[in-house]
Design a protein around this ligand. Structure first.
Ligand code: COS
Length: 380
């Protein structure tokens, strides 16, 4: 296994690091407080090519591989996980899903604008009663000949209030179970489509999370992605890649907190010396560093599987499961190393600790990842 990075990958990593430090760091605490993320920063990420990193250049993307994408995700997430979740959803769920399974017309109409960051997208699977149990979709898309009539509610949708394009999973043929589910492209502003109130969240507070309400929304047939009944497979295939993005986000949150804790421990003095000289702190740093590197290798393995055309459902689930646990553990330890300062906002680690929690929940909880992993190893 050789994970040495190419010139291009190193360049992307540096560009993401520079952007995170110069553009995301200023105001990150205030954005968390006020629960806002400026459109201006999304536009800049689009200009730098971060919104459609893996999309072919002919559709306005950057034409990069998954490895470059996870490197960028790690760097952005070290500073601002609210920004990186927007990047992750737009790249892995929306753009990848459209490029891989969309028709040429759909790609021309939607993907080109999404990949360049001109507009952003949202992926709408979760419902009030269908999060982990994703086959139990209550949202319906009834076949009316030349269009679908969409009714239902979607919950906790990232980019919900800002997206222009929504990929909505809904049940068309209830008698066929998950084989009767479709994925539809719904545009913002379509009559009957309402954006619900913004969620007031524990973490990633700068990201824009809403419920969505569909009331007799007419969606043209040409907006269905893939064949009739392909929607559940579409969601599963797309989420398998999405989980690599979230694993990289978790890795970044962990690494960001660790870097802050290391730096702090070399400055803060107690009992006459820098606290990094106390074994209680040094051993914490050793554990954090080791676990972060193990998480990084799992993320790189999953990215490499995707880039090399191997199955990445298992490696992506393992990367997400492990990296999100490491994010949680590491950020808690980073707060501990900072002591009282860790508990106040100015030192960033309390925010990273709050942000870490969602990585164990969205795009499949840790328990769902264990279902995916255990089924995969038992069947082999
Ligand atoms: N790639 C392709 N197809 C997949 C797949 C994958 N990674 N995972 C499952 N499928 C397919 C199965 O092959 C099966 O198709 P067939 O019936 O044609 O064989 C179908 O999907 C249903 O799978 P299964 O029978 O395993 O369904 P279950 O209800 O037992 O659960 C899990 C499947 C739990 C893995 C799925 O519901 C899941 O991932 N849930 C979490 C969803 C999620 O991430 N929610 C968060 C929302 S996004 S923030």
């Amino acid at each position: 296994m050789d994970f040495s990075l190419s010139e291009e990958q190193l360049m992307i990593q540096q560009a993401a690091k520079d952007f995170a430090q110069s553009e995301l760091m200023p105001g990150v605490i205030e954005r968390d407080d006020s629960q806002t993320f400026p459109d201006e920063l999304v536009r800049k990420m689009g200009e730098l090519g971060f919104m459609g990193m893996m999309v072919n250049e002919k559709y306005g993307g950057s034409g990069l591989d998954t490895q470059a994408y996870v490197l960028a995700m790690e760097e952005l997430s070290k500073v601002d996980a609210s920004a990186s979740v927007m990047v992750s959803v737009n790249n892995s769920l929306v753009c990848w899903g459209l490029e891989t399974y969309g028709s040429e017309e759909q790609k021309q109409k939607y993907l080109t604008r999404l990949a360049s960051g001109e507009i952003i997208g949202a992926f709408c699977l979760s419902e009030p009663e269908a999060g982990s149990d994703a086959t139990s979709q209550k949202t319906t898309a009834i076949d009316k000949g030349d269009h679908y009539l969409l009714n239902g509610t979607k919950n906790w949708i990232t980019n919900g209030g800002r997206a222009e394009v929504f990929l909505v999973i809904a049940q068309t043929h209830a008698d066929k179970g998950h084989h009767g589910i479709n994925a539809l492209i719904v545009e913002k502003g379509t009559p009957g489509f309402e954006i619900g109130p913004k969620e007031n969240k524990l973490g990633i507070r700068g990201s824009d999370t809403h419920s969505l309400l569909f009331n007799d929304v007419i969606v043209p047939k040409e907006n269905r992605i893939g064949a009739d009944g392909f929607g559940f497979k579409f969601a599963m295939k797309t989420l398998a890649g999405g989980r690599i993005g979230i694993a990289a986000q978790a890795l970044g949150i962990a690494a960001g907190a660790y870097e802050l804790a290391l730096q702090y421990s070399k400055q803060r003095k107690a009992f006459g010396t820098e606290i990094s000289n106390h074994q209680a702190i040094a051993f914490k740093l050793a554990d954090m560093h080791t676990k972060i590197q193990a998480a990084r290798l799992l993320v790189y393995q999953a990215a490499s599987d995707k880039d090399n055309g191997n199955d990445y459902t298992l490696s992506g689930a393992m990367a997400k499961l492990y990296a999100s646990d490491v994010a949680m553990e590491t950020t808690v330890e980073a707060v501990q190393i900072h002591g009282g300062n860790g508990f106040v906002k100015d030192y960033h680690v309390e925010r990273l600790m709050r942000d870490a929690k969602i990585t164990q929940i969205y795009e499949g909880t840790s328990e769902i990842q264990k279902i995916v992993i255990s089924r995969s190893i038992i069947k082999d």
